[in-house]
Design a protein around this ligand. Sequence first.
Ligand SMILES: [Zn+2]
Length: 139
Amino acid sequence: MPLPARNAPCPCHSGRKAKACCEPILAGAPAATPEALMRSRYAAYACSHLAHLVRTTAPTSPHRGADPEAWRADLLAFCESTSFDGLEIRATSEEGDHGEVTFFATLTRGGQDVSFGERSRFVRQEGRWTYVDGEPVRR
Ligand SMILES: [Zn+2]
């Protein structure tokens, strides 16, 4: 599985080294907070770590592909065609096993700005945060 170099800047743009940020989570450690999980998913998109994206998508999420192979192919095509240029966390909240993270992701694809903002919902199951869904927010 593709992991960022441990001493390189983390692909989630936190400004920290990967080993002190998302790399342990990408390698399988549980994320302590919804924000940490969200950051690790951004990093997973940036380094085409499909297994992390799949395992951190909630079973109930509408974003789970019905056909696992087709879903992975779609994820890979998205990862490889997109440049993950920035991530700004705007707000986070956590209550029990539910959390929300509002972020703005700076992305480019084929020379086009495809950046977007989202308020994402997360749920913790068996000690692990997973992504459920989100709604768009304006830049
Ligand atoms: Zn990170």
